[in-house]
Design a protein around this ligand. Structure first.
Ligand SMILES: NC(=O)c1ccc[n+]([C@@H]2O[C@H](COP(=O)([O-])OP(=O)(O)OC[C@H]3O[C@@H](n4cnc5c(N)ncnc54)[C@H](OP(=O)(O)O)[C@@H]3O)[C@@H](O)[C@H]2O)c1
Length: 407
């Protein structure tokens, strides 16, 4: 067996603490798998440790501080000094990927970040290594466990969004400030990383259009259930019209879709390519021990493997007007001609209707419709027109639907 792998650990919080314990517990197993025993030679947190000393003593720096400052500076210095780096920091990779990958190439070292997307689900390794010879056409899935827990809770109990969020916070699935998760920004950062790796092109955070789940109402979920649909916050990165589209949005799925049964704080990612049809990977999206095991897996890869290539190989355009199907929920006056007027607006905008249910009477009358897939720009211009119809009792609510029915 070789020399120990000298690891400098930056951050010893939820993930860093679990990583520290895991290195001790699994040292024998790592030695067996990689031929070298991991050893933590220095720890840095706000209150202890000296970065220069850790850098001198280590050959792999594990960054588990989070955020971009001072994490970016530490990671750049480590790469520049010829140290391999492992991080779980999605913001760092999504915002400064180009700079960090260039620093890793120049330093002749590896930068690994499996835990930054979908926790312990090994989606990055699969895209970069198992599917390196495959032309990936689409990567999509549930990459935020907090929102999936909240939507599952709303669907199973009929709870309002705010109550489901509180329960997620009580159980430790949501942070005290949940805005990055529920607003979609967290999932957008992860999708920027996945799109970059899947398509070999540079993807900035600003290229990702995202919506969150804060406006979702329990009755949307209940009515959609009647239409055989369940609601997820999906990240979708795909090739479209010679370019790519990367988006995050709440979305209804038919019950046979492989992502429909993914509930609670779980993550699941699907990859599609002509050569493989489609694969689905799922598992816990967060948690100290789970994330730490993905980080230690990266250390094993560094010791035993060759660096994956992160360089942008081509420049692909970001396509913004793409085709989608929509669910539309209208609170309307209970009188003849309402459905015909809505159908007229949709027809003039070339939006075709797949199914309609009419519910309630008097002050509770509603029209719930699902459209067929078509250009989003056409649907949104119909929606603007519908919003002005005088018989509407509230703003229309629209949510995308994945139309493919999986069997
Ligand atoms: N928690 C999860 O389930 C999870 C899942 C996937 C990915 N991640 C990612 O993993 C990373 C770590 O998350 P976490 O939940 O473990 O965070 P955390 O519990 O807040 O721990 C952060 C650690 O970094 C240290 N730190 C903070 N600012 C520092 C500074 N300026 N200089 C030196 N040390 C500093 C803290 O020091 P003190 O101990 O002195 O406060 C603490 O030890 C983040 O990038 C996060 O996005 C976390």
């Amino acid at each position: 067996m070789g020399e120990p792998v000298r690891i400098g650990l930056l951050g010893r919080g939820t993930v860093g603490g679990a990583f520290h314990d895991l290195v001790n517990e699994r040292a024998d197993a790592v030695e067996e798998a990689a031929g070298r025993r991991p050893e933590i030679v220095g720890v840095m947190r706000r209150s202890e440790g000296d970065f220069d000393r850790i850098l001198d003593d280590s050959e792999v720096v594990v960054e588990l501080i989070g955020g971009t400052d001072p994490a970016r500076n530490y990671v750049l210095r480590a790469l520049g000094a010829g140290r391999h780096v492992v991080t779980a920091n999605k913001q760092l990779i999504a915002q400064f990927g180009d700079e960090l990958f260039a620093a890793a190439r120049e330093g002749g070292v590896q930068l690994r970040f499996e835990a930054a997307v979908a926790g312990v689900v090994p989606v990055i390794r699969v895209i970069q290594e198992s599917l390196a010879a495959t032309e990936i056409t689409k990567v999509f899935g549930i990459v935020n466990g907090t929102t999936n827990f909240i939507l599952t809770e709303m669907a199973s109990t009929g709870a309002e969004y705010a109550d489901a969020l509180r329960r997620a916070q009580d159980l430790g699935y949501a942070e005290a400030d949940p805005s990055d998760d529920v607003g979609g920004a967290d999932a957008a950062a992860k999708m920027a990383i996945l799109a970059r790796l899947a398509f070999g092109t540079s993807v900035e955070l600003a290229d990702v259009a995202y919506d969150g789940i804060t406006e979702i109402k329990p009755d949307d979920i209940a009515y959609a259930k009647e239409l055989g649909l369940s609601l997820k916050l999906l990240g979708v990165a795909e090739r479209r019209d010679g370019g790519i589209s990367v988006r995050v949005f709440p979305c209804f799925l038919y019950s046979h879709h492989p992502l429909a049964p993914v509930e609670g704080p779980f993550n699941a990612v699907m990859v599609e390519a002509p050569a493989i049809t489609e694969i689905t990977m799922s598992g816990p999206g967060a948690g100290g021990v789970e994330t730490a095991s993905a980080v230690l897996g990266d250390v094993v890869s560094i010791v035993s493997g060759k660096a994956p290539v992160h360089a942008a190989r081509r420049e692909l355009e970001i396509v913004r007007d793409i085709n989608s199907a929509f669910y539309l929920h209208l609170e309307v006056a209970d009188r003849p001609g309402v459905l015909a007027s809505v159908a007229d607006v949709l027809g003039r905008n070339e939006v075709s209707v797949r199914s309609v249910v009419q519910r309630g009477l008097g002050n509770d009358a509603r029209l719930v419709m699902v459209m067929h897939e078509g250009p989003e720009s056409r649907f949104f211009s119909a929606l603007d027109e519908i919003a002005t119809l005088e018989f509407l009792r509230a703003q229309p609510r629209a949510i995308r639907v994945i139309e493919e029915e999986w069997v």
